[in-house]
Design a protein around this ligand. Structure first.
Ligand SMILES: NC(=O)c1ccc[n+]([C@@H]2O[C@H](COP(=O)([O-])OP(=O)(O)OC[C@H]3O[C@@H](n4cnc5c(N)ncnc54)[C@H](O)[C@@H]3O)[C@@H](O)[C@H]2O)c1
Ligand SMILES: [Fe+2]
Length: 376
């Protein structure tokens, strides 16, 4: 018998310790006191924040993680990690950085390659302790056991999933997100919401996860616009960090569905950042799923301050208006997409069965293409 809803057996991994709130970053140093060789993985805009962590011991800073990292970027991190032989890896950045930090903490000895570990439960062991310090409020990567790396040859996103990649400590210090530009704040914030909404309306939804999803969606409704207006609004930034963390929890036992599947080609083919790709697709998939999830769709709309409806055109209108109100350019053509791109992307997105099979309403290749056309 297949159990559904609350009766379905799930596993939830969470970081062993959470430091949260303004100034929380400085508390990492106290926790990390016993570690001798620390590798901090960062990106250009986050490298300067390393001094705020209060780390002692020998600290090596790798600051070259690009957005949406590929296997080449991972190899660069692993090369440095192999020389440092860290007893602690710290991810200091957005999802791009934290995902590579997870893999660095497990793969630096070269016993397993990236190709060896793609998929669920292939990682054999953890080599270093792992601390995750989030600097965007979006992916919730700090909360979970998944890492996404683009295949530089095929441009597909490879997903590695392993309980060995859960953080020993996660740090959510809203002050670290003050410097995130408004456009990145908006797009990554909608990504956090998409994690919650796609888990909430998912065919595999679970009551435990629905609680986190509801909390995350209402935090986005209350605080995302405020963060975009004033990047130094501490309460709003804290609210969005929490929403992102809740979204990360939703990804574990339930995960996303058609929204993320349709967003992937926009990232890998068109080169859009993950958050922006998801923001453009989000209203369309919420609308497509509305007829089969009317009650949950109404809850989502209410949490975002939008009028209730289960009519797809009305849902699309309001949800797209919410994203545009955050300053997000929602037309794919404005980002360089052309009509000739859409059929290929549709076939590719439709083939991401690990996510498409989670969608509450079956979506054909033609329906995927119709969504891209509507978003063009
Ligand atoms: N592990 C997961 O569960 C999971 C979930 C969703 C997405 N992802 C992956 O995460 C990546 C996207 O992560 P993201 O959306 O956080 O974006 P990101 O990490 O790529 O960061 C976006 C941009 O903002 C910059 N930035 C980060 N923090 C900043 C700060 N405090 N101030 C100024 N600039 C800052 C980055 O350097 C980058 O240029 C993608 O590769 C995506 O596939 C992972
Ligand atoms: Fe996402």
């Amino acid at each position: 018998m297949t159990a559904t809803g609350m009766a379905r057996a799930i596993t939830l991994h969470q970081p062993k310790r959470l430091e949260i709130g303004m100034g929380a970053a400085a508390r990492l140093g106290d926790w990390a006191g016993g570690y001798q060789r620390v590798l901090v993985v960062a990106s250009g805009p986050t490298a300067g924040m390393v001094d705020r962590l209060g780390l002692a011991g020998a600290v090596t800073l790798f600051k070259d993680v690009p957005p949406e990292p590929d296997d080449v970027a991972l190899a660069a991190v692993l090369g440095v990690a192999a020389t440092v032989r860290p007893d602690l890896v710290v991810g200091l950045g957005g999802g791009s950085v934290m995902d590579l930090a997870k893999l660095a903490a497990c793969l630096w000895d070269g016993a397993q390659s990236l190709k060896d570990v793609v998929g669920p439960n292939k990682v054999a062991r953890r080599l270093s302790a792992l601390a995750q310090v989030a600097t965007t409020a979006g992916t919730g990567s700090e909360a979970g056991i998944r890492a996404l790396v683009t295949d530089s040859a095929t441009k597909n996103k490879m997903a590695v999933e392993s309980p060995h990649m859960i953080a020993d400590i996660a740090v959510l210090d809203p002050e670290l997100t003050f410097s995130v530009p408004a456009a990145v704040t908006a797009a990554t914030g909608v990504d956090a919401m998409a994690h919650c909404v796609e888990a909430f309306t998912n065919i595999r939804a679970h009551d435990l996860i629905d609680g986190y999803a509801r909390a995350g969606i209402s935090l986005v409704g209350r605080y995302l616009a405020r963060c975009v207006r004033d990047g130094a609004d501490a309460e709003a930034r804290a609210g969005m960090m929490l929403a992102s963390y809740y979204g990360g929890i939703c990804l574990g036992p339930v995960n996303t569905a058609a929204g993320h599947a349709l967003a992937y080609p926009l990232g890998t083919r068109l080169g859009l950042p993950h958050g922006l790709a998801n923001a453009i697709i989000f209203p369309h998939v919420l609308a497509f799923n509305a007829p089969v999830q009317p009650a949950k769709t109404a809850e989502v709309l209410a949490s975002l301050g939008l009028p209730a409806s289960d009519d797809p055109a009305t849902v699309l209108h309001h949800a797209a208006g919410f994203c545009r109100g955050l300053g997000i350019e929602m037309r794919l053509s404005a980002h360089g997409a052309t009509p000739g791109d859409l059929a290929g992307w549709a076939a590719e997105a439709h083939a991401i069965r690990r996510l498409m099979d989670n969608n509450p309403r079956d979506m054909s290749v033609a329906e995927v293409e119709a969504i891209y056309r509507a978003a063009l």
